[in-house]
Design a binder for this molecule. Structure first.
Ligand code: 9G3
Length: 539
């Protein structure tokens, strides 16, 4: 492709609303343009990368035996009413009316749609297992779209759904998709980790997220420095055993006393369902309300802003396990106490794991210590069970001829989000830097001075000979100064650059790697073997 007529508007400056480098660079390098908040156009360079990511995803999914289909983005409201989700989701679910005033949703995801499809088609255990997938545009009206493609209101997702006649079959599909995702993200050159995303109970893994490590990620991962244990910090369980130091217990006294944080008792008053519960955590820890929700099996947990006197409180008191380690502790606030010995002075109903895990805590699998990292969620795998098939009457006849609800799994990859994550992980201060697996072009050919006959002739010739080797070549044949061409080439981030300059007459060109900046002078007749070697290195 010759840049002299390529639609690739590059910019010198960062767009005002772009806060992270992948967003800044994708706009400046002419890969995307915003049309509205969280809504983007992919220009030719961006579209080429999207297609490469999709082809890696398709290759691995097809290899795994999944079958590609395509569902509509416009979904009849009735389907979402059958599962009750029409009323569960608020303004995030984009809705519209057709010309007959009938209500529709713009697809945020496709569980309802796919279940309505299979309930008419899958009727026997003999037809399962089956994994169906699509690559489709999704719509979610995020309150605060930001970070470019990382959190958009229209985005591209590969969503897959699996259908089974037994839990074992679902487990096999789940494991197969987990393995397939690892292959995909490895091929895309991402630094990623699968993360336990559901109730931290090890083994009961029915939801995992694939996180691309990045400081701009919105999720925090707790992972072991010695094993492959990794979980969302809100899910990670704390397995520290606490015991009381042998220290003489002083008499309880009113009033404040200076103690170290690990001897302080922090109280949180919560309304759980409709019951008041006082939760105690040690001063150097933080209450994890998700764990309170999981403990009581409810989402109805809210903070009650009210000062209480723990000695007067006659509701339920529960404590994080670390409270067991406190001797002569202190409680601050309106009604302060010191020399508090929790098990002696407070009627604690139960000790549980209620705190957020911290860096340095032992990994729950007993191997190594916990380290934190930010991550971008680029994929997720779910065991759905029969939630949708029961709600929508999708049943099959089992071996005994009895109708059973179909058992389902679902598996997503954020395609456009993955593009941004790859950009985020590989970019440097000069611009984008694409791995060979997704780069929009393999070689960036630059003629320094197209008015110079030697340079122009040689460049035109190389443009043909390099493409004959099946390389995709972006040829900068513009009447621009060298500096402009190099800046644009750094921005766009094609992995290998061939520069035709002053030594064209001697048949010498420069070959340069975008990732390391290494450059080599090469004679024209060695060029193709040099490119071949570089390709092997860059994989
Ligand atoms: C909605 C809206 C937002 C949503 C959902 C529904 C997230 C919703 C969860 C999933 C689960 C899996 C298939 C592919 C992998 C993920 N945000 N989820 O269901 F209406 Cl507005 O999407 N779906």
């Amino acid at each position: 492709m010759k840049q002299s007529n390529y639609f690739n508007p590059t910019l010198r400056d960062n767009p005002a609303d772009a806060e992270i480098k992948s967003h800044q660079l994708l706009v400046r390098a002419g890969f995307i343009r915003q049309n509205a908040a969280g809504i983007y156009s992919y220009l030719p360079l961006g579209k080429k990368v999207l297609m490469k990511i999709e082809s890696v995803v398709r290759e691995e999914l097809n290899d795994a035996g999944a079958q590609e289909l395509l569902m509509p983005a416009i979904q009849p409201a009735e389907l979402w009413q059958e599962t009750g989700r029409w009323d569960v989701y608020g303004p995030e679910l984009m809705r519209l009316k057709d010309r007959h005033d009938r209500p529709f949703a713009l697809g945020a995801t496709h569980e309802e749609l796919i279940t309505s499809l299979v309930r008419d088609e899958l009727s026997s255990y003999k037809q399962m297992p089956v994994i169906l997938y699509q690559v489709q545009t999704k719509y979610r009206d995020e309150r605060r779209p930001r970070f470019g493609l990382l959190r958009g209101r229209e985005f591209i997702m590969k969503d897959a759904y699996s259908f089974h006649s037994s839990e074992e079959q679902l487990d096999d599909a789940y494991d197969l998709m987990h393995e397939t995702y690892s292959k995909i993200f490895t091929k895309l050159g991402l630094n990623f980790r699968p993360v336990v995303a559901d109730s931290g109970a090890m083994g009961g893994k029915d939801t995992e997220e694939f996180m691309a490590l990045s400081s701009v990620g919105e999720d925090t991962i707790a992972y072991s420095d010695e094993s492959d244990y990794a979980a969302n910090t809100e899910m990670a369980e704390v397995t520290v055993e606490y015991s009381k130091p042998d220290e003489s217990e002083e008499a309880l006294a009113k009033g404040e006393a200076e103690t170290s944080p690990d001897r302080e008792i922090h109280t949180s008053l919560l309304k759980v369902n409709d019951e008041l519960v006082l939760v105690l955590v040690r001063g150097d820890h933080e209450l994890n309300e998700i764990k309170v929700k999981n403990l009581y099996g409810t989402d109805l947990v809210e903070n009650v802003k009210q000062e209480i006197d723990v000695k007067e409180f006659d509701g339920t008191i529960i404590a994080d396990n670390a409270i067991k380690s406190i001797v002569n502790g202190s409680i601050k606030g309106a009604t302060a106490y010191h020399n508090v010995n929790p098990e002696r002075d407070l009627s604690i109903e139960r000790f549980e794991d209620l705190r957020f895990i911290q860096e340095g805590d032992p990994s729950p699998d007993g191997k190594g210590k916990i380290v934190f990292a930010e991550g971008i969620e680029i994929g997720q795998v779910f065991k759905l069970g029969t939630k949708y098939s029961e709600a929508m009457g999708a049943t099959y006849l089992n071996e005994g001829g009895k109708a059973e609800p179909i058992i389902m799994g679902c598996y997503g990859i954020g395609i456009s989000r993955t593009l941004a994550a790859i950009a985020e992980q590989n970019a440097d201060e000069n611009g984008l830097n694409w791995p060979m697996s997704v780069t929009p072009f393999h070689v960036h050919l630059i003629a320094i001075n197209v008015k110079n006959e030697d340079q122009k002739t040689l460049s035109d010739r190389l443009y043909d000979t390099i493409r004959k080797e099946r390389y995709d070549v972006l040829y900068d044949d513009r009447k621009e100064r060298a500096g402009v061409k190099f800046k644009d080439a750094d921005l766009i981030g094609v992995p290998i650059r061939v520069v035709v300059g002053k030594k064209a007459a001697e048949g010498i060109v420069e070959v340069k790697r975008r990732d390391t900046g290494e450059s080599f002078e090469v004679s024209v007749d060695e060029l193709n073997s040099k490119l071949q070697k570089l390709f092997e290195q860059l994989g």
